[in-house]
Design a protein around this ligand. Structure first.
Ligand SMILES: O=C1O[C@H](COP(=O)(O)O)[C@@H](O)[C@H](O)[C@H]1O
Length: 261
C-alpha cells in the first residue's frame, strides 16, 4: 500500500498516560508559540473539538499563563459543527468554556464560524464565509501562505481522531477528503452527530507547518493501528505537514500498532 509519507516514517511518541501526553502537548505548543511570536509576531493555532480540549488545560498552569505571549495568538478551528455557538455540540463553545475564556487572547483574534449561518444551520454558507475569513487574514499577513501554492499555512494544528479514523470532519467513505481546490468544505450527513459541519480540506490541513495528532484510549487503538499500517481508507492516514506531523498517543491507543511501525 502506498504511503503518503514516501520514505519518511510516521512520527509518534507514546506516553504512559493522558497526563504525560497533556504535559508534552503544552510544552510543544508553548515552544512553537515562542518560536513563531519571535519570528513573525503572530502564532496561528488551529484547534479541533473532542477530547483534545480537556488535555489543553495544562496550558492554564502559571508557568504558561505567565510566559506565553497570548496577545499574539490567533485561533481557528479545523472543523466546526454548524450549530449555534452556545450549543453543547459547538467546538467553539467547548474550546471557549474549557480553555479560551481562561487565557488573555484578544477576542478579536478568535475566529469562530459565522454566527448567523450557525444559528440557521447553513453549512454551505458557513464554509464559504470561513474560507473568506481565512483569505482576508492571508491578505493581512496574519496567516502565511504555503510556498508557491497560495494555500494558507497555519503554524500549528492540534488534531484529534475518531474511532472510525476521521480527522477534522473528513470521514471515511465521504467525498470531502478528495477536495483539492477549496480551503473549507462542508458535510450535511456526518456519520457522527451533529450531521452539519464545516471542515478544512486536506490540502489546508497538510500545509500546516506543524500538525500534532493527539489520541488516547483503547477505543481508538484499531484505528491507530490501521493508520500506522498506512490504510488510506482512514482520512487520518493522509496526515502530513510541511515541517513535522507527529502523533502523541497514550499506551492504550498505541497498543495495537504492529511491531516495526
Ligand atoms: O467530531 C469530532 O471528532 C474529532 C475526534 O474527536 P475525539 O473526541 O474522538 O477526539 C475531533 O477531532 C473533531 O474536531 C470533532 O468535530
Amino acid at each position: 500500500m502506498a504511503s503518503v509519507l514516501g520514505e519518511k516514517e510516521r512520527k509518534k511518541i507514546v506516553f504512559p498516560s493522558k497526563n504525560e501526553l497533556s504535559e508534552a502537548m503544552a510544552k510543544y505548543t508553548a515552544n512553537l508559540s515562542a518560536k513563531f511570536c519571535k519570528e513573525r509576531g503572530y502564532f496561528t493555532l488551529v484547534l479541533s473539538g473532542g477530547d483534545l480540549i480537556s488535555w489543553l488545560s495544562e496550558l492554564l498552569k502559571p508557568v504558561y499563563q505567565e510566559s506565553i505571549e497570548w496577545s499574539k495568538w490567533h485561533i481557528f478551528w479545523v472543523d466546526e459543527r454548524v450549530v449555534p455557538l452556545d450549543h453543547k455540540d459547538s467546538n467553539y463553545k467547548l474550546a471557549f468554556d474549557g480553555f479560551l475564556s481562561k487565557v488573555p487572547i484578544p477576542i478579536a483574534n478568535i475566529y469562530a464560524i459565522d454566527q448567523d449561518c450557525a444559528a440557521l444551520g447553513d453549512a454551505k454558507g458557513a464554509a464559504l464565509l470561513y474560507e473568506e475569513c481565512i483569505k482576508r487574514l492571508v491578505n493581512r499577513n496574519i496567516i502565511r501562505t504555503y510556498k508557491s501554492s497560495g494555500f494558507p499555512q497555519f503554524d500549528l494544528q492540534l488534531l484529534g481522531m475518531g474511532p472510525d479514523g476521521h480527522m477534522a470532519s473528513l470521514f471515511p467513505g465521504h467525498y470531502q477528503i478528495k477536495e483539492k481546490a477549496k480551503l473549507v468544505t462542508y458535510i450535511t450527513d456526518s456519520p457522527k452527530p451533529p450531521p452539519k459541519r464545516i471542515t478544512f480540506t486536506l490540502p489546508v490541513i497538510n500545509c500546516a507547518s506543524y500538525n500534532l495528532m493527539a489520541v488516547c484510549d483503547e477505543a481508538q487503538a484499531d484505528a491507530v493501528a490501521e493508520v500506522f499500517k498506512d490504510n488510506l481508507d482512514l482520512p487520518s492516514a493522509w496526515l502530513t505537514a510541511d515541517v513535522e506531523a507527529i502523533w502523541f498517543l497514550d499506551q492504550a491507543a498505541a497498543s495495537k500498532i504492529p511491531k516495526g511501525h
